[in-house]
Design a binder for this molecule. Structure first.
Ligand code: BGC
Ligand code: BGC
Length: 909
C-alpha cells in the first residue's frame, strides 16, 4: 500500500489512513482544528461554533427595526420559498414572497438554453415585484433567488461543470475546492441569482444510497476540510459576501442524510447521538465556522441506534427529538441553533415539512415550531394554503409569535449580510448577463485540473499506462465512451440529468472526442474490426445518470455493475470480446459510487475509477497520456467493495475507514474491501499479476436486501390468457366512467361508456378481446390485481423478464397511445408507444404481433416490483380499435429480442 501526500500546499493535512482519535475536546472550545496528524477531534458534546461572519450591532439593530414594523402577513411572506414556475411576479407582489428557488430543470421561459441575461431578467421580475410591494411602507426587503449549483452552476446552459463531490473527495485538495467555490459563485452571479443549495456535507455510509456521489467521503475528514474551503470560495469573507461576485452558501442536509438504513433515500438513520455528532455533523462545524449562512433540513428521520430494525413507535414519532428531521425541535433548535450557535437561516427541503407526522404540504405547525425558518413549499396551491395556515396558526396560538420573529430576523440578517439591500436589481449587477463568464476558459481549466486529480488508478498491469501516443492506435468503445450524460451524472441541466443531448452543452468533451483531439481522428477507431491488433482497447463504461431516490440500489439489486441493467452487461461482454480477440484493455468507469466490478477488473489490463467527471473529458486523456507530466494522484475516499453486497460502513466505526459491516451471508465474517480507503496507484508504482489483490468472484444471485434467492421463475406468468388465474382481472375505465373500472367478462359482449368489447377466439376459444375505445375518450384497458397491497413480482424482474402482449391493430394507431404499469399508488411508469408500435406492426407479416418490453425499463422509471398493482395498461385520448390477445411476463431464458421496445420511451409517473 502506498501512502502519498500528493498535495503541495501547507494548509492541507497529510493523507493519513487511520483516524483513531479519542482525545476529548471540551465543548466550550470555539473552533474545531484538526490534530497535527490530520485526524479529527472527538466531541463529547455539541461544540459551540464561532462564525467568521459574526453578529454586527448595526445589522441586528436595522433588522430589529424592520421586524418591529412588519405585519404578520409580511413576515410569513418572507418565510415562504416557492418554486419559481409555481408563482407569478404578480402573486409574489400580492403575498410579498421574499424568495424563490428554481428546481433542477427549471429554466427561464422553460428554455434549457436560456442565456445568463435571460436568467437575470427573470430574477428582475420578482425582485421588482417585491420592491413595489413594499412601496410606501417606509422600509423595503430585497428578494433572493436560490439554485442548486452543486457541481458548478449546473442548471445553466454553458456553465462550467466540475466533477461531482465523490470525485472531488478523491482529489483531496481543499485549495481546489476553494477555487471551485469561487468560480461557481461567479457563474451563479452571472445569472443574477443570490444563493446556492451547496455544499452537501453528508457522510454517506451505504453505497446503495442514490446520493452517494453528492458526498465527498465515507468518513468525515475530507468533508471537514472541504466544507470550509468551498464555503469560503462561494461566499468569500464577510466583506466579499456583500460584493456582486459571491453568493450565499447552504450546508445540507441537516442531519444524518448519509446514514439511512440500507441506504434508502429519505429513510431512517439509526445512529447514536454521539455518532451523529462525530460522523454526520463534522462538515457543519467547519462550514459554519467559515461563515455558511444557510443550513438545509434533511428528509431523513433519526432514531436511536438501539432501536435499529424496529419501526419508530408513535411516541418517538410524535416527540420533538426523533422522527423526521423536519419536525425535530431537538436537532434544529436545541442542537443547531442553541448549542452550536448557528444564527443564519434553516431552510426546509423540497416540501420536506409535508413528510412530518401529522403534516401536509399545506400545513405543518410542528415544522415551524421545530425551528425551520424558510419553507420550500414549492407548488402554487400548497404555498398559498401554507401562507394562510401559518397566519391562522399564529393567531390561534399554535405557533408562538416569537418563533415567527426569530425566523424572520434570521432571514433578514442573512439577506443583509449578503448586501442584498445595497445590490441593484439582478440584471444591473456587475457580472449579471455576462455570458462569457459561464464556462470561461480559465474556469474550465480548473475543472479539467479537478478531473485529473479525481481519477483513481486501481490497476495498471505491466505498465500499460501511460499511453505512448506516437506508437499507437486506440479502439474507444463502451456505453460511456461518447456519452456526456453518463459523464456528468444527475443534477446536470435537469434534475435527473438524463434528458440531455450533446447540443445542450456549449463546452463538453467526451472521452472519445478527447482521444481524437490527442492522437488525431485516424488513430481512433470505434469498430474493433477495423483496428490493427496492436491498437489498445479503451472501454469506457458507466452508470446512467440519476438523482436522489431514483439512484437508490433496490433490495433485489446488488452493487454488481454488470447486473444493474441489461445495457451495463454489454460493457462486460465487450471487455470479454476484446480480450478474446487479443487486445489489451484499459477500462474507465464512470459511476456515482464504488461498484463491484471484479469480473471487469480481472479482464482489464488497467482500470480507472473516474467518478462523474463532468464536461472536461480532456482531463482524463491528460493523465492517460501523461501529458505535461500528468500522473494519477487521486486516492479512494470511499473503500472499494470485493463482493456484491459490501454496501455499508459500520455505524459506529467513527473515523476509521474500511470498516464494513459484516456480511454474514457471504462468510459470516467481516469482509475487507478490495481496495481500502486511501488506495490509488500512480505511474511510479510497478504492478504485475502477483501484486494484484485477490478478486472475490461473487456468485450471489439475489439482492443485497434479500435474505435468500427467490426461486428464479423459468415459466411464464400469464397475466391475461385462458390460463390466467384470477390473480389479475381485466378492466376498463375512462373519463366517462369517472375512471371507475368495469370488470370485463369474456363471456359476453359489453359496453363501457361508448366503448365496446367483444370476446374473440385467438389461440383458443374466447381468449382474446376485440376492443373499440369508441368516441367518449380518453379510455383505458388494464389488467389489475384486486389485492390492495399489490403483488411481489421482484423475482420476475430479477429473472430479466419482459412484459409481452399480443395485439392486432384495427385502426390508425393514435399519437396519444400509452403503455403503463402501476405499483401501489402513487407509483408507476408510462410510455407513449405510437411510434414504436407502428414500427413493429409495419414490418410484421401477420396481423397479430407480440410486443415486448423489458421489466427493467419499468423498474428504471419508478415501478416498484414488490407491490405491482397493474402490470399492463393501454391508454388513449383518441379513438382506437384493436384486438388484444395474451399478456404475460416471460423470463429472459425464453425470450427473443425482436419486437422489443426501447427503454427510452418511458417516464416515471
Ligand atoms: C433536494 C435538495 C435540493 C432541493 C431543491 C431536494 O429534493 O433534496 O438537495 O436542494 O430539492 O432542488
Ligand atoms: C425538482 C428538484 C427537486 C425534486 C424533489 C424535482 O421536480 O426539479 O429540484 O429536488 O423535485 O422531489
Amino acid at each position: 500500500m502506498v501512502i502519498k501526500n500528493s498535495t503541495t500546499h501547507t494548509s492541507v493535512i497529510g493523507f493519513s489512513l487511520i483516524f483513531l482519535t479519542t482525545l476529548p475536546v471540551s465543548s466550550d472550545q470555539s473552533t474545531v482544528p484538526l490534530f497535527d496528524d490530520g485526524s479529527l477531534p472527538y466531541f463529547q458534546e455539541w461544540p459551540k461554533i464561532k462564525s467568521d461572519i459574526p453578529k454586527r450591532d448595526y445589522i441586528e439593530e436595522r433588522v430589529a427595526d424592520i421586524v418591529a414594523q412588519m405585519t404578520l402577513g409580511e413576515k410569513v411572506g418572507q418565510m415562504i420559498m416557492p418554486e419559481y414556475r409555481q408563482i407569478t411576479p404578480k402573486e409574489a407582489k400580492q403575498y410579498k414572497i421574499g424568495s424563490v428557488l428554481n428546481g433542477g430543470g427549471g429554466w427561464p421561459n422553460e428554455n434549457k438554453h436560456a442565456s445568463a441575461l435571460e436568467w437575470a431578467l427573470q430574477s428582475d421580475k420578482y425582485w421588482t415585484a417585491l420592491d413595489q410591494a413594499y412601496a410606501g411602507r417606509g422600509f423595503r426587503i430585497p428578494f433572493m433567488w436560490a439554485t442548486d449549483a452543486v457541481h458548478g452552476n449546473n442548471n445553466v446552459y454553458g456553465a462550467t461543470l466540475f466533477p461531482h463531490n465523490i470525485g472531488l473527495g478523491a482529489a483531496n485538495n481543499p485549495e481546489l475546492l476553494f477555487e471551485i467555490g469561487r468560480i461557481t459563485a461567479k457563474e451563479v452571479a452571472a445569472t443574477g441569482l443570490d444563493l446556492t443549495f451547496a455544499p452537501t456535507v453528508a457522510t454517506p455510509r451505504d453505497y446503495r444510497w442514490g446520493r452517494i456521489y453528492e458526498g465527498y467521503s465515507e468518513i468525515p475528514t475530507i468533508t471537514y476540510q472541504y466544507a470550509s474551503s468551498i464555503v469560503k470560495g462561494l461566499q468569500g469573507t464577510e466583506k466579499e459576501l456583500r460584493s456582486e461576485q459571491r453568493v450565499l452558501s447552504t450546508v445540507k442536509h441537516w442531519i444524518g442524510d448519509g446514514g439511512t438504513f440500507n441506504g434508502v433515500d429519505r429513510g431512517v438513520t439509526f445512529y447514536s447521538e454521539d455518532d451523529l455528532r462525530n460522523i454526520h455533523a463534522m462538515g457543519y462545524y467547519s462550514a459554519l465556522e467559515a461563515g455558511a449562512q444557510v443550513v438545509m433540513t434533511s428528509f431523513n428521520s433519526w432514531q436511536n441506534y438501539d432501536l435499529k430494525g424496529k419501526s419508530i413507535n408513535s411516541k418517538d414519532r410524535n416527540n420533538n427529538r426523533f422522527g423526521k428531521l423536519h419536525g425535530s425541535r431537538y436537532l434544529i433548535t436545541e442542537v443547531l441553533k442553541e448549542k452550536i450557535g448557528f444564527d443564519g437561516i434553516v431552510v426546509t427541503d423540497w416540501n420536506g415539512h409535508g413528510e412530518v407526522e401529522g403534516c401536509t404540504n399545506q400545513s405543518c405547525p410542528k415544522a415551524v415550531n421545530a425551528g425551520n425558518d424558510l419553507f420550500m413549499v414549492t407548488d402554487n396551491k400548497d404555498w398559498k394554503a401554507f401562507y394562510q395556515n401559518v397566519i391562522k396558526q399564529v393567531q390561534g396560538g399554535q405557533i408562538p409569535m416569537v418563533r415567527i420573529d426569530d425566523a424572520v430576523t434570521r432571514i433578514l440578517r442573512v439577506k443583509m449580510r449578503a448586501g442584498l439591500w445595497e445590490k441593484p436589481k439582478p440584471s444591473y449587477r456587475i457580472l449579471a448577463g455576462e455570458q462569457q463568464v459561464l464556462g470561461a476558459l480559465e474556469h474550465r481549466k480548473v475543472a479539467r485540473q479537478a478531473v485529473r486529480e479525481s481519477l483513481v488508478l486501481l490497476k495498471n498491469e505491466n505498465k500499460i499506462l501511460p499511453f505512448k501516443q506516437k506508437n499507437h492506435s486506440y479502439v474507444v468503445l463502451g456505453s460511456a465512451a461518447n456519452d456526456i450524460q453518463k459523464q456528468s451524472g444527475g443534477w446536470t441541466l435537469t434534475w435527473q440529468g438524463n434528458e440531455n443531448k450533446s447540443q445542450d452543452f456549449v463546452h463538453a468533451t467526451t472521452v472519445l472526442e478527447a482521444f481524437k483531439q490527442v492522437v488525431g481522428d485516424k488513430h481512433v477507431y470505434t469498430d474493433p474490426n477495423q483496428a490493427s491488433m496492436d491498437a489498445i482497447a479503451v472501454v469506457v463504461m458507466g452508470e446512467d445518470p440519476y438523482a436522489e431516490m431514483y439512484g437508490d440500489i433496490k433490495d433485489h439489486q446488488t452493487l454488481a455493475y454488470s447486473e444493474l441493467k441489461p445495457s451495463y452487461a454489454k460493457d462486460l461482454q465487450l471487455i470479454q470480446e476484446m480480450k478474446k480477440k487479443g487486445f489489451k484493455v484499459v477500462t474507465i468507469l464512470f459511476s456515482g459510487r464504488p461498484l463491484y466490478v471484479n469480473p471487469e477488473l480481472a479482464l482489464s489490463d488497467a482500470f480507472v475509477a473516474a467518478w462523474l467527471p463532468g464536461t472536461e473529458g480532456r482531463g482524463i486523456t491528460d493523465v492517460l497520456f501523461a501529458q505535461n507530466g500528468a500522473d494519477f494522484s487521486g486516492k479512494l475516499s470511499y473503500s472499494w467493495p470485493n463482493n456484491k453486497c459490501m454496501t455499508t460502513i459500520n455505524e459506529n466505526s467513527r473515523n476509521i475507514p474500511n470498516y464494513h459491516v459484516p456480511d454474514f451471508e457471504q462468510t459470516g465474517e467481516e469482509f475487507m474491501p478490495l481496495f481500502p480507503y486511501g488506495y490509488g496507484l500512480n505511474y511510479a508504482i510497478e504492478q504485475n499479476a502477483a501484486s494484484q489483490p485477490t478478486l472475490f468472484m461473487d456468485k450471489r444471485q439475489w439482492g443485497c436486501g434479500e435474505t435468500k434467492a427467490k426461486d428464479r421463475p423459468t415459466t411464464n406468468l400469464e397475466i391475461f390468457s385462458r390460463e390466467a388465474t384470477t390473480t389479475f382481472v381485466p378492466k376498463m375505465s375512462g373519463k366517462v366512467t369517472k375512471w371507475k373500472g368495469t370488470f370485463i367478462s369474456r363471456a359476453k359482449k359489453m359496453t363501457v361508456g361508448s366503448a365496446s368489447i367483444l370476446s374473440l377466439n385467438y389461440k383458443h376459444q374466447q381468449d382474446a378481446l376485440r376492443i373499440d375505445f369508441g368516441k367518449q375518450l380518453p379510455m383505458q384497458l388494464y389488467i389489475q390485481t384486486p389485492d390492495k397491497k399489490g403483488l411481489d413480482m421482484r423475482h420476475y424482474l430479477t429473472a430479466n423478464s419482459t412484459l409481452e402482449f399480443d395485439i392486432a391493430v384495427k385502426s390508425e394507431i393514435p399519437s396519444s397511445l400509452k403503455l403503463a404499469a402501476h405499483c401501489v399508488y402513487p407509483c408507476g411508469a408510462i410510455a407513449p408507444i405510437q411510434k414504436e408500435l407502428k414500427a413493429i406492426v409495419e414490418v410484421s407479416e401477420s396481423e397479430w404481433v407480440t410486443v415486448k418490453v423489458p421489466l427493467q425499463c419499468f423498474a428504471d422509471n419508478g415501478v416498484n416490483f414488490s407491490n405491482i398493482n397493474t402490470p399492463f395498461l393501454l391508454y388513449s385520448d383518441e379513438p382506437f380499435q384493436f384486438d388484444i390477445g395474451e399478456i404475460r411476463y416471460v423470463p429472459k431464458e425464453k425470450g427473443i429480442t425482436e419486437n422489443t421496445m426501447s427503454c427510452d420511451i418511458f417516464k416515471p409517473i
